[in-house]
Design a protein around this ligand. Structure first.
Ligand code: ZN
Length: 670
């Protein structure tokens, strides 16, 4: 529900800009690691790591090891053929002794790079299966050269996965009306229909329970021998046991270096969850975790976000290890310190507001490792936990990952985007001046206030919005941020120094939602990903509702379409109006109204405009998607085998890192 996925396209989407404290001089750090298909791989710095205490460094080291160790679980969750296929293709790659400039080999290498980036055979964002550009004959020839032991028993099926476009074609299908489970290729359900799963959970759920567990979060749903629908739980002794056992070992090592007893107790609780699979224990862990605001080092490790499940229940494995950027956290502390003011003054019906906003903690962090679903593509902001009742009773933790936004910004410098899509020189200047701060503020407001705001009416099922829940939740958080970006309160609080600054963010947001984000969609396709639907929904709704007064205009100049915003104040009021309606839908669980908004404004693509946008982008050298390689942490030992330091290095390339992870962190494929 609450990851802010990065746009990763230069300056055009939320939160890609530089942090406020960035040095004015460009560094000579080489951010770009690799470029293939629609992907650019960057590296990120971990400033401040050297200044941590030895204990903190050791804690981070073991947590990063635990994070990477879960990699195979995500691959398997994404599709049951991913792990055997990855193993086969990596073996072919490692055994290849021919000409590395051969066209077939080059195409194969590109496909393997795409697979690594998607954590499986499907694109991480579009969810569509990758299309190989090498021949079946070539791959058959390479496989024939492998030792017999390296040939998988289910080779025919794996070849179908690669070459049969219709087979396992979509990881997560969101097309209204289809059986979303049967038509999705992920591995969270097996041999069950959507209706069977919905009935199964409807029978489990007690709608009067005010503290419900996150049903299905850590389970695959299938049928037993008698045909009854059953859950198979991810835990020690259950599904993914070999990986979870290794993670628990490493968590226990990390615990020795916990900064304080509270943090040690959090690690213990997580270990208990991995051992028992109890969702109640997971809630206990989440509460301990959200209430720890003292530790500088922090981490996520578990089954967290549910975008990978068409029904939005099962969490994909993810880990981010990080430490607080203390000076930069001042900004978010001011925002969260005033959370109640923002809640009480929002345009939302008072019945749907929180009377008392509890414990919205916000900080700016430095990521030390990205793993599972946060790697190689990563969020730039996170707000957890996801359970609504825990958020209401215990608050939520909100973070902005500033060393990642900094890497995006520096890598995107001067990519030509503004010159192509922003015709007004004064607006370009305003964006140059204020996009970095308004991007960061948008992320802060979205994460620490937007997701944390509002309440459900008593008895409303938190999953009432079903397949549209993720989109509408992101819509709500974005609208909260957009509405308040223009509020004089931000100037009063010293967060921004100009009453004009917000216009840069408004312009960029609408431009992106109406036009430029289409560059991430393949020709002929509609918008599917939750955050993209959200941005389109907001932009298209405001275009339509403001039509009579020409609040926003799309106009043509020499065959190119541009966006003009005529009345920024009116646009802000439209954001407020839509926020009130989205909050009503969420608070009342009005599924039909939510679906209608998403289907009317958030999905359908204007094919002519789409073609034009793709065409204009093709003349710029901007990868639609970006992701990262991780730094490498190496413990330094003394003669007695004690760790005396942890060194961090940034020189590993993308292929080496992926191959190393497959070799050293692969408990499910051994
Ligand atoms: Zn969000």
């Amino acid at each position: 529900m609450s990851i802010l996925r990065n746009a990763a396209i230069g300056t055009l989407m939320a939160c890609v800009a530089a942090p406020t404290v960035m040095a004015a001089t460009k560094s000579d750090f080489n951010y770009v690691v690799d470029r293939f298909a629609d992907i650019e791989v960057l590296r990120y710095k971990v400033p401040g790591f050297e200044d941590l205490s030895l204990g903190q460094k050791k804690l981070i080291y073991y947590l990063t090891e635990a994070g990477i160790m879960g990699r195979d679980m995500l691959w398997d969750q994404n599709c049951k053929y991913n792990l055997p296929l990855r193993r086969l293709l990596e073996t072919v790659y490692a055994n290849y002794s021919g000409n590395k400039n051969d066209k077939e080999f080059k195409a194969f290498e590109k496909y393997l790079k795409q697979l690594w980036f998607g954590n499986g055979v499907h694109h991480h964002y579009s969810m569509d299966k990758f299309t190989p550009e090498f021949s079946r004959k070539w791959l058959d020839g390479q496989i024939a050269k492998l030792p017999a032991a390296d040939k998988p028993s289910d080779l025919d099926t794996l070849m179908r996965v690669v070459f049969d476009a219709e087979f396992m074609s979509k990881r997560v299908n969101q097309v209204e009306g289809a059986d979303l489970i049967k038509t999705s290729a992920n591995n969270m359900y097996e041999n069950v229909s959507q209706l069977e799963v919905e009935n199964y959970y409807a029978a489990l759920k007690d709608t009067t329970d005010l503290t419900p567990v996150s049903y299905g979060l850590n389970a695959r749903v299938t049928k037993d021998a008698k045909g009854n629908v059953v859950e198979q739980v991810y835990k020690i002794g259950g599904v993914y046991s070999p990986a979870i056992e290794r993670i628990v070992e490493l968590l226990n090592k990390a615990k020795q270096y916990a900064e304080n007893p509270k943090q040690a107790a959090i690690i213990d609780k997580l270990v208990e969850f991995y051992t028992t699979g109890s969702l109640k224990t997971f809630d206990d862990y989440s509460i301990l975790w959200v209430e720890d605001t003292d530790s500088q080092v922090d981490f996520i490790n578990g089954f967290i976000e549910s975008y990978g499940d068409p029904l939005g229940m099962t969490g994909s494995y993810e880990s981010i290890v990080n430490f607080k950027n203390i000076p930069a956290s001042h900004r978010t502390e001011v925002i969260s310190g005033n959370a109640q003011w923002f809640e009480s003054n929002s345009p939302v019906d008072p019945r749907f507001r929180k009377d008392e906003v509890k414990g919205v903690t916000a900080k700016v962090i430095t990521a030390a490792i990205l793993a599972g679903d946060a790697y190689p593509a990563t969020p730039i902001g996170i707000n957890l936990p996801n359970a609504n009742w825990i958020r209401a009773a215990h608050g939520s933790k909100s973070v902005t990952i500033e060393n990642i936004t900094q890497a995006y910004d520096e890598a995107a410098h001067g990519n030509g985007f503004n010159e192509e899509f922003v015709p007004d020189a004064a607006m370009r200047e305003l964006m140059d001046k204020y996009l970095f701060i308004t991007d960061n503020l948008h992320t802060d407001l979205h994460e620490c206030l937007g997701h944390a705001s509002g309440r459900l009416l008593p008895g409303v099922d938190p999953d009432a919005l079903k397949a549209h829940g993720s989109t509408l939740e992101e819509t709500r958080a974005d609208l909260f941020a957009l509405y308040y970006l223009a509020d004089p309160k931000l100037i009063e609080l010293g967060l921004i120094d100009s009453p004009e600054a917000y216009k840069a963010q408004y312009y960029k947001y609408i431009l992106n939602g109406l036009m430029t984000q289409l560059m991430r969609i393949e020709p002929g396709k509609d918008v599917e990903e939750a955050h993209m639907r959200n941005r389109k929904l907001i932009s298209e709704w405001c275009l339509a509702k403001g039509k009579a007064n020409k609040v926003i205009e799309l106009y043509d100049d020499n065959g190119k379409t541009y966006v003009r915003i005529n009345d920024y104040n009116a646009l802000r009021n439209l954001f407020g109006e839509l926020l009130a309606e989205i909050q009503r839908i969420k608070s009342e669980g009005d599924y039909e109204a939510g679906r209608d908004l998403v289907e009317t404004y958030g999905v359908k693509v204007d094919q002519k405009l789409h073609k034009q946008v793709l065409d204009r982008y093709s003349h710029l050298s901007i990868a639609p998607y970006k992701g990262f390689v991780n730094p490498v942490y190496t413990p330094v030992f003394d003669a007695d085998g004690n760790i005396t330091d942890v060194a961090v290095s940034y020189d590993e390339d993308y292929i080496s890192q992926q191959m190393r992870y497959s070799r050293d962190y692969s408990p499910l494929t051994k």
